[in-house]
Design a protein around this ligand. Structure first.
Ligand SMILES: [Zn+2]
Length: 261
């Protein structure tokens, strides 16, 4: 174990503890963040960990930014800005798997996939944290009808811009941090990350599970509201928001692998 691993370990413990203390993570979320961070350091080293931190820190900051204006959105999305283990695994699980595959195979294409999966998670999180601040109601990507803020499948100019920015930041950081990443490679990471986020919107607005609260009538992705179980109204019941996040990251990660095979 080199000094790099010791510093990385301190960084992961410190990051997870700070995330929990600042209420960006629940206790279970902090434990999952520790696991994800450890696997990423093992697979992609301290450079990979820095990409993860970039995602975690910027997403947490945007999550806290003008929080009171997004209260209704949080309720709809079934996710508070305090992430539990399922949400951490949904966004960090695929990058962790790709980092381990990179170590196992010794092939850089998996490192590209790792970066693209993080780019997708960052792109999607930025879009869902910044998008709702847009003055106008988002429109559904299929029907183009106005939908309430926080509705999966809704898109806005600000959200789309945030999505592109989130993918570009991770691609730019990969160019600087990950050895052997070319400008073209960074372009592929950015494109794959953005496409992952687009996929999330498409699946989120079509087959993702939708529910309604029987008490107050709120359309939500949550399993419970007003102290009672919500009623399933559409989409595939097991296609939860976390699963859609996970699949989006998976798609983003696979794209560079296919592209550079
Ligand atoms: Zn309710």
């Amino acid at each position: 174990m080199g000094i790099e691993f010791i510093f990385s370990f301190i960084g992961i413990v410190g990051g997870a503890a700070a995330g929990w203390k600042l209420k960006f993570l629940t206790a279970s979320g902090a434990r999952m963040a520790f696991l994800v961070g450890s696997l990423i350091v093992l697979g992609s080293g301290i450079q990979g960990l820095m990409l993860l931190f970039l995602f975690f820190i910027t997403s947490s900051l945007f999550s806290a930014f003008r929080k009171e204006e997004k209260a209704g959105v949080e309720e709809k999305l079934a996710k508070s800005s305090t992430r539990d283990w399922e949400q951490v695994a949904a966004n960090g699980g695929v990058p962790a798997i790709f980092a381990i595959l990179a170590l196992w195979t010794g092939d850089d294409v998996w490192t590209m996939g790792f970066a693209a999966a993080i780019a997708s998670a960052n792109s999607d999180t930025w879009a869902s944290e910044i998008g709702p601040l847009w003055k106008e109601a988002p429109r559904h990507f299929l029907t183009f009808r106005k939908v309430e803020r926080g509705t999966s499948g809704g898109v806005s100019i600000l959200g789309t811009g945030a999505s592109a920015g989130g993918a570009l930041l991770i691609a730019g950081a990969s160019l600087l941090l990950l050895p052997g990443t070319s400008l073209g490679g960074a372009g592929v990471i950015a494109a794959a990350g953005f496409l992952g986020s687009v996929f999330d919107t498409v699946i989120g607005g079509t087959i993702q599970s939708r529910s309604v609260c029987p008490e107050c009538g709120l359309e939500t992705e949550s399993h419970a509201h007003c102290g009672m179980a919500t009623v399933h109204t559409g989409g595939i019941p097991w296609m939860t928001n976390e699963l859609v996040n996970f699949l989006s990251c998976l798609l983003a990660g696979i794209l560079p692998v296919l592209f550079f095979w």
